[in-house]
Design a protein around this ligand. Structure first.
Ligand code: PLP
Length: 285
């Protein structure tokens, strides 16, 4: 059961996968990527991830790659080749080999990594996790790019504080998102998501109708540390972790200091919807 990779369409084991040292992703850190997971072997929200990757690639001047019609069966075969029941998938696109400084030969590099999915520790959901805030912003916050220098600083600060996630704040103290997640709070029956620019998270988009169906409002708002300190619940969302309760922020307890009831309710609804999607995929393939 090996981890596998597709490098420009060629299926290989992850251990044997290589890209050129002249790739602009390596030389200049130019690239866009996606992370997604499968449920019952079916890649979740693949269309949405391909759409977001395509938009990021276009913004970076990378010609279109990975059309869904061609890619879907390729990915299904690659998932099967791993032999894992569920996989974590990374899609990475760079401009390809460098020709001149920061420019390339218009032949993008496309890499797909397929690794065994390890479910996050159960304690993250039962006990919640901590987060810290830090001053910083991502380059092109509306896209998922491979530039993680600032985010790494934040995550090092989180690690020093014994926290799980680091949260970007701008000069006004407004919260944008986590280094690898979206941030949401629940206050008086309304889910609030940051108004300032951040990644249009696919998990967050999936949670929105479920929260509304459960009777919660859903709004954008200017979120600060203080708004979070007064929240009933605080969560992060991302494709692999789904929805994780934040119980401390910069060492202050959020809500009761324990995961609130909505975190597990919404995560259960999200998972049920993802598993239903997988069952529909199985029927139609
Ligand atoms: C900066 C950032 N924001 C938000 C997210 C959550 O996005 P998604 O729900 O699409 O995984 C991620 C995921 O890795 C991320 O890196």
């Amino acid at each position: 059961m090996p981890d596998m990779a597709l490098v420009n369409g060629q299926l290989t084991t992850l251990a044997e996968a290589t890209v050129s040292v002249c790739d602009l992703g390596f030389l200049r850190g130019i690239g866009a990527f996606e992370t997604l997971r499968s449920y019952a072997g079916h890649p979740h929200a693949l269309s949405e991830h391909l759409r977001r990757l395509g938009a990021a690639a276009e913004a970076l001047g990378i010609p279109p790659v990975l059309t869904e019609v061609e890619f879907r069966p390729q990915l299904a075969a690659a998932v099967q080749a791993t032999g894992y029941s569920d996989v974590r998938v990374n899609l990475i696109v760079t401009p390809g080999l460098h020709t001149d400084g920061v420019f390339g030969a218009d032949q993008p590099t496309v890499v797909v990594l397929l690794r065994e999915l390890h479910e996050p520790p159960a304690a993250w959901y039962t006990d919640g996790v901590g987060a810290v805030t830090f001053r910083g912003a991502r380059v092109c916050p509306q896209f998922k790019t491979t530039a993680y220098i600032t985010g790494r600083e934040g995550l090092l600060a989180a690690e020093r504080a014994g926290a799980h996630e680091a949260i970007y704040c701008d000069e006004q103290g407004l919260i944008a998102e986590g280094v690898t997640s979206n941030v949401l709070i629940l206050k008086d029956g309304a889910v609030l998501s940051p108004r300032i620019s951040n990644l249009p998270g696919i998990t967050r988009a999936g949670l929105q109708p479920l929260a509304r169906a459960a009777g919660l409002e859903w709004q954008q708002a200017d979120l600060t540390r203080d708004t979070c300190f007064e929240a009933d619940e605080m969560w992060i969302s991302s494709a692999v972790r789904e929805l994780v309760p934040i119980v401390t922020l910069d060492g202050h307890s959020i809500g009761s200091g324990h995961p609130g009831p909505w975190a597990s309710r919404l995560r259960a609804a999200y998972r049920a919807a993802a598993e239903a999607d997988a069952a529909r995929d199985a029927e139609s393939s």
